[in-house]
Design a protein around this ligand. Structure first.
Ligand code: ATP
Ligand code: MG
Length: 742
């Protein structure tokens, strides 16, 4: 009975306290939230005003509790960070605007210069001076004249070779006859006949142009101006130069014919459609050479047939007409290379896309290049840490290796690659992210994330988004590889990500079908295997005699419904040295990164791990595979024996330990420590959901209380029995300290 009275008393007391104290508590919280709101409003006002952040007044400090003061400090810190952000962004925008303005100024300036020179040269005394030089020009041309292999091939199929003499003004008959006689002689020597045409074309402005077959010997003012335009475009121009002086220099250059005869080859456009064009002429052009169309666009030769040449157009093709001229530039398609590319976003031909102005580099490298030969390489022997536990422990990647990241859409493929790039910070590694067929927004997001984590400093993004032409998407990975090779041959380590090669194969299929190549399996062209093989073969670990540089390649492939035996996935799997398979089911279960341990493999394996990691993780793979299998069996049944339950619990705990958020790469020693602790049962009393906290406390404890053990783990050497005993003791001590806290 007494107990009942006590209970009633207690309840009455509790009710009274609740009624009166609630008011107090509510008022305290209201007060607090009001103060926080005031502080937030203040911070907002500060941001919007002139960004001067006032100090927190002393009176305020005394009046409020330390927690509110702390919050106010935090808000102030955030506002300061935001202020800095805005400042940097404004600076970047200003820089971009300045560069854009300068480019605009430059275009206008060049146009003005060229127009002025054109006007001047058509007036006296220049016009008559040029005419007086016509005989001299003819002599210069005749010295250079020769028959090319292309002309000979043409002569074999046809009786005559067309030769044309064009001049700005009607020429003296002696000059015409002399050139005709010399050309006929030259052709007769190889058993051919000329078909000689003489034309007048005022568009040439001055001088003469002689064409034998495809080859043009040019001594005209129009050509000089064309070259001068290119020269001026390469120069830094700010708009405040001495225009009169530049005009005088240009005139002088033209009148003295400083450059002599310009020799190049001209072909003709037969037809153009869907970014592809067919050319006539240019018989001895090479695969991969660059050609320039009359409108200034450029393209690259991708197909050589007996009577026509197929080429892809880099940019817009609306202005290219059939019948128009196309000029051989005289070099293989190449991209600029060098440190100037770091931190930049470029298109596959090396032009800046980030509004930070033109990229000035001394060197260029051809986009197609032979991979290093076997004697030039050495075996993969250094690890390339991604900072992701599930990968560094189970599918380790070595420098110089090619590891495929494969999985369905939205399973975290890109995230793994980006984390690997972020983890290279401070490791003297250059990174390249090649985006093929990605959405523009995705690429912008990636760039921002990389910049935020300080990774843009050593990274270049080569960008061929879904909106770009198939030819750009086709070239992008080769361009990226060329940029990477520059660093590798300079003895540096490079990490290159191709995101993703499925879209690359699709772009290549599009080009091939447009080029009328027969389609093969799944409509891909027959050489799609060769396409990816020659790309990925360029990743290598060079031997010490060759500088010891390396390119590690992480190609990405998207599968459909987990089908890794489709055509393109099997191709790339067989080319690479292993794959990280991301499982959509695991991803949906919340396991991130969703690495499927059973289907992932790294064929370089042990060489790419530190001895310590190898020692710690050697049994892990087996155990996890066993766990997955058992988990599959037991998911419908409830009663399992004790041994099975133990395996299931340990497996589940290990899977939880391998979970990791994005952008949080973990140093090697922390990975080893956590995996060891979980595998050896030091976390047996921790529920999988609490493992994150356990891990955090573990790292903090070791950093503060066990510096010697951390040092031992950092060295990465195999643990002796004594080391193991030390580590076990330290872990036990940690367990005890946790027990005390809880
Ligand atoms: P796509 O096929 O579209 O290219 P993807 O396979 O490259 O996709 P991601 O874009 O990397 O996948 O990631 C897909 C989603 O999964 C993203 O929203 C990302 O936030 C999430 N995600 C990926 N990895 C993790 C992780 N470790 N932790 C939490 N979320 C993750
Ligand atoms: Mg992706």
């Amino acid at each position: 009975m007494e107990f009942v009275y006590q209970l009633i008393n207690f309840l009455l007391l509790a009710a009274l306290i609740w009624i009166f104290a609630r008011k107090m508590i509510v008022s305290i919280f209201a007060n607090r939230s009001e103060r926080i709101n005031t502080a937030l409003d203040e911070a907002e006002r500060i941001e919007q005003s002139d960004m001067q952040l006032p100090q927190i007044p002393d009176a305020f400090k005394e009046e409020v509790s330390p927690t509110i003061l702390e919050e106010a400090h935090e808000i102030r810190r955030l506002a300061e960070a935001e202020k800095e952000n805005i400042r940097q962004q404004t600076e970047r925008e200003m820089y971009g605007m300045r560069r854009e303005m300068l480019t605009g100024v430059k275009d206008v300036f060049i146009h003005k210069m060229i127009t002025r020179v054109t006007e001047l040269i058509q007036t006296e005394p220049y016009a008559s001076q040029l005419r007086a030089k016509e005989a001299e020009f003819a002599e210069m041309i005749m010295e250079r004249m020769e028959v090319t292999p292309g002309d000979m091939a043409y002569l074999r199929r046809s009786d005559v070779l067309y030769i044309t003499l064009t001049s700005a003004y009607p020429l003296a008959q002696e000059i015409v006859d002399e050139i005709g006689r010399r050309a006929t002689e030259m052709l007769e020597q190889i058993g051919g006949k000329p078909s000689y045409w003489v034309k007048v074309d005022p568009d040439l402005i001055g001088g003469l142009r002689f064409r034998v077959g495809d080859t043009v010997y040019d001594c005209t003012v129009a050509d000089r101006l064309y070259l001068l335009r290119h020269e001026l475009e390469k120069r830094e121009i700010h708009g405040d130069e001495d225009a009169e002086q530049i005009v005088a220099d240009l005139l002088h250059g033209i009148m003295t014919m400083k450059h002599g005869v310009n020799e190049f080859q001209l072909g003709r456009v037969i037809s153009v459609s869907d970014g592809i064009c067919w050319l006539d002429g240019l018989a001895d052009i090479m695969y991969g050479e660059v050609v320039e169309f009359e409108c200034g666009e450029r393209g690259m030769v991708l197909d050589i047939e007996p009577d026509r040449i197929g080429c892809v157009i880099y940019g817009k093709y609306e202005h290219i007409e059939s019948g128009s001229r196309v000029r051989r530039v005289g070099r293989i398609a190449s991209v600029p290379c060098g440190d100037a590319l770091l931190g930049r976003v470029v298109n596959p031909i090396g032009q800046a896309l980030d509004g930070k102005g033109r990229i000035w580099t001394k060197e260029r490298r051809p986009i197609e290049c032979k991979a290093p030969s076997i004697p030039d390489r050495s075996a993969v022997f250094r690890p390339m840490h991604t900072g992701i536990k599930a990968i560094d422990a189970l599918v380790p990647i070595g420098r110089g290796q090619r590891e495929l990241i494969i999985g369905d859409r939205q399973t975290g493929k890109t995230s793994i690659a980006i984390d690997a790039i972020i983890n290279q910070k401070g490791k003297n590694t250059v990174c390249l992210y090649v985006a093929i067929g990605q959405k523009d927004t995705t690429i912008v997001d990636i760039r921002e994330k990389l910049a935020k984590h300080g990774a843009m400093e050593y990274t270049t993004i080569v960008c061929a988004p879904a909106s770009s032409s198939a030819s750009f998407q086709y070239i992008a990975p080769f361009a990226g590889a060329a940029m990477a090779e520059y660093f590798m041959y300079a003895g540096r380590d490079v990490l290159i990500v191709y995101d993703d090669l499925s879209k690359h194969a699709v772009a290549y299929r599009e080009l091939s079908l447009l080029l009328h190549r027969p389609s093969g399996r799944e409509a891909y062209p027959g050489d799609v295997f060769y396409l990816h093989a020659r790309l990925l073969e360029r990743a290598a670990q060079l031997s010490a005699e060759n500088g010891g540089g390396s390119i590690t390649a992480l190609p990405i492939i998207e599968t459909q419904a987990g089908d890794i035996s489709a055509y393109i996935p099997t191709n790339v799997i067989s080319i690479t040295d292993g794959q990280i398979f991301l499982d959509a089911d695991l991803f949906n279960e919340g396991q991130r990164p969703a690495v499927n341990v059973g289907l992932s493999v790294s064929r370089v394996g042990s060489a790419a791990q530190t001895k310590l990691m190898k020692q710690v993780s050697s049994r892990l793979r087996m155990e996890l595979a066993q766990y997955r299998e058992l988990a599959g069996f037991t998911q419908f049944g409830s009663d399992v024996d004790a041994a099975t339950k133990r395996i299931l619990d340990a497996g589940e705990r290990m899977m939880s330990a391998l979970r990791q958020n994005r952008y949080e790469p973990l140093p090697d020693w922390k990975q080893v420590l956590l995996i060891y602790a979980v595998a050896e049962g030091y976390a047996a009393h921790i529920s999988p959901a609490e493992l994150d906290r356990f891990a955090e406390e573990l790292y903090v404890y070791f950093e503060t209380a066990q510096p010697d053990t951390v040092e031992m783990l950092r060295r990465g050497q195999k643990m002796s029995d004594q080391d193991k005993a030390c580590l076990n003791a330290a872990l036990s001590a940690f367990g005890a300290s946790m027990g005390e806290v809880s």
